[in-house]
Design a protein around this ligand. Structure first.
Ligand SMILES: Nc1ncnc2c1ncn2[C@@H]1O[C@H](COP(=O)(O)OP(=O)(O)OP(=O)(O)O)[C@@H](O)[C@H]1O
Length: 358
């Protein structure tokens, strides 16, 4: 396995980029730890595949270097990087059996047949295809073919990294959960460095130790699922992670108070005067309806989603969400909202501002 270093890395698909806007991947410096499982998460077009393709060698970056364990591989071909890749759609050899497809990467490396047989059995069990090993890949469903692709990606233990590009797109929902669990187990057992591209937050949060959130060609935060939830470094992270996402409310900050349309919200920390677009961010989980305290809200709708209720409300013309417990009472006279001060984040021009102890 390898530590992956992204050094001053950036990419533009244009021959003569003039401004930052011309870069599909904006400058990035980071070490990705050896043996960690990362998810690259972001909406369509934010640059996930661009970054993955640079790591795998399918794309040469227009700026910077990429290193595996300190060795510069920026110009090395994909085959020289010793990585395994699984793409969105299956890549299998139709004329070969499932067994031979799975065995292919091992035979290619000259592993002896006893080891190949053992390892293929192990992987077939993992992907639930033990009974299909003798079947030709041709004629199998897309779902089964993708499981073969996943299996083939995982069959070698000696790769520098395992890269997955939305691998579960064609897999049915139940199997998705099962395969994700298997991938996590595989990571736990073998400690591969794994990078998993997805636009699905559940997939990212359940798979990864660290989630790399991308927005508009930029890595806006790398953190554990808990860090992304509690301290989103960018309003996009707050909005994208969580269901529903963080409430983002324009405010004026004065010391340890935030003013929203003249009403104040207590903050757990003090802040210096801030310029530009200033907002507070509060997750629906840390907002609470009240009869007597807090800011005035109009409740529009209450949705019972089983484990809790989502209250859709309006605060000075802005839509906000509040999460209440399953058994919590919500009545017509509850027309105020309070926020838990320790969970109110402050943002200036979309980036979180660190406070000072009040
Ligand atoms: N070969 C290319 N030539 C020119 N522009 C490209 C090329 N590939 C991607 N782009 C652009 O670069 C930006 C980032 O695309 P990229 O495919 O990396 O995003 P993504 O997050 O992987 O999206 P998706 O989830 O839709 O695959 C987009 O604006 C896209 O249009």
């Amino acid at each position: 396995m390898a530590k992956i270093t992204l050094d001053n890395l950036a990419h533009s698909y244009l021959p003569n980029p003039r401004s930052e806007d011309d870069f599909a991947l904006k400058e990035l410096n980071h070490d990705w730890d050896d043996g960690a499982a990362y998810a690259l998460l972001g909406s369509s077009g934010c640059g996930k595949s661009t970054l993955l393709n640079i790591i795998s060698g399918l794309l040469q970056p227009s700026q910077g270097r990429i290193l595996f364990d300190g060795k510069d591989v920026t110009h090395a071909k994909t085959a020289e990087r010793n990585i395994a890749q699984v793409f969105q759609f299956p890549v299998v050899y139709d004329t070969m059996t499932v067994h031979d497809n799975l065995a292919f990467p091992l035979r290619n490396r000259g592993r002896d047949e006893t080891y190949v047989a053992e390892r293929v059995q192990e992987i077939a069990r993992m992907i639930g295809m033990e009974d299909m090993l003798h079947k030709k890949a041709r004629g199998l469903t897309a779902d089964s073919k993708q499981k073969i692709s996943l299996g083939r990606g995982m069959v070698r233990k000696d790769v520098n990294a395992l890269l997955f590009d939305e691998p579960l797109t064609v897999i049915d929902p139940h199997m998705k959960w099962e395969l994700r669990t298997q991938l996590k187990k595989l990571h736990h057992d073998f400690g591969h460095t794994m990078i998993y591209v997805t636009h699905d937050q559940t997939e990212a949060l359940t798979f990864a130790d660290k989630v790399v959130v991308m927005y508009d060609g930029r890595v806006v935060q790398i953190g554990t699922p808990e860090e992304l939830f509690e301290r989103p470094e960018h309003t996009f992270v707050g909005y994208f992670i969580g269901s529903p996402g963080m409430n983002v409310i324009p405010a004026r900050i004065d010391g340890n108070k935030a003013y929203v349309n003249g009403s104040h919200v207590e903050l757990a920390q003090g802040y210096k005067p801030l310029d530009g677009k200033v907002e507070i961010g509060v997750r629906p989980e840390y907002a609470k309806l009240s009869m007597s305290e807090g800011l005035p809200v109009k409740v529009r709708r209450v949705e019972d989603v089983g484990r809790h209720k989502i209250i859709r409300a309006e605060l000075f013309g802005i839509d906000i969400n509040i999460i209440a417990g399953e058994d919590e009472r919500v009545s017509a006279d509850m027309n105020r909202v309070t926020f838990d001060a320790t969970h109110v984040n402050v943002y200036a021009n979309d980036w979180r501002v660190k406070g000072e102890a009040a």
